[in-house]
Design a protein around this ligand. Sequence first.
Ligand SMILES: [Zn+2]
Length: 310
Amino acid sequence: MSNGIGNGNPNGSGGASGGSRWFEQPPKPLPTRPQSKGPDKDLWLRCPSCAEILYRPVLAERGQVCPHCGHHFRIEASARVALLADPGSFVVHDDHLGPGDPLEFSDAKPYHKRLIDTQKKLGVLDAFLSGSCTIDGLPVELGVFDFRFMGGSMGSVVGEKVTRVFERATERRCPAIVVSASGGARMQEGILSLMQMAKSCAALAKLRDEAGQPYISVLTDPTTGGVAASFAMLGDLIFAEPNALIGFAGPRVIQQTIGENLPEGFQTSEYLLAHGMVDLIVPRNELRATLAESLRWLVESRPVAVGEAR
Ligand SMILES: [Zn+2]
């Protein structure tokens, strides 16, 4: 013990393993523990607004709204329908419609391959879910964008399904609701995607002219491009979720085009409400009740044509 380094042996003469000092002994293997996989990343996520860590099942129970700050996460189309439609009332239409690839378009990946991969991953054929349902007992035609499917882009199938929402509402003489979440027209389908804007708006005009029924547009994050430039901004009432991105082109493109600095947050629900482009900002947990109340008011205050049963 003259060197002042303890060896763990009170006799100071080496251990039982042949007298070698402890630091000369081969390292013993550490006791093994069960391999930890770490936290399951799929179960937790960080709120981009308040940075709180959120448990996904709790978030799902709350309609994908942060319980701490009220941030509205994007929500799947089927979950949106579950939040809005009366339980068991939703009858899906047109879910057999799948997109073609008329231009045989290819960018980083061929369009048809991109479609097949997305369809397999999500289990749906395109970015729009539509059907008939009741909301608080009122019959409506409901359509919901699914942003997960190629950014909710509107190609020929999405446009056709939107059009059919309006056509069915005209036929059934009931209101229509479309909940938008879209990056705009699907450029992989070129002009065929652009013509969906005119087609869907023409069907909407018939809903008003022939059936005299209202259409409520619900704008969610994000509603942009060709969707914002067509039926999404043509609601008899236009609702928006809090803090949703709503606009036609991105800020940089606008800034370069008009050569002026743009106001802060000019493409948010709140800014559009303040400037008269949106009628009401409705938090997700109030959307169903607000839609029901508004529809009742719109339908019951509607003038009735001679000989028409209300
Ligand atoms: Zn939050």
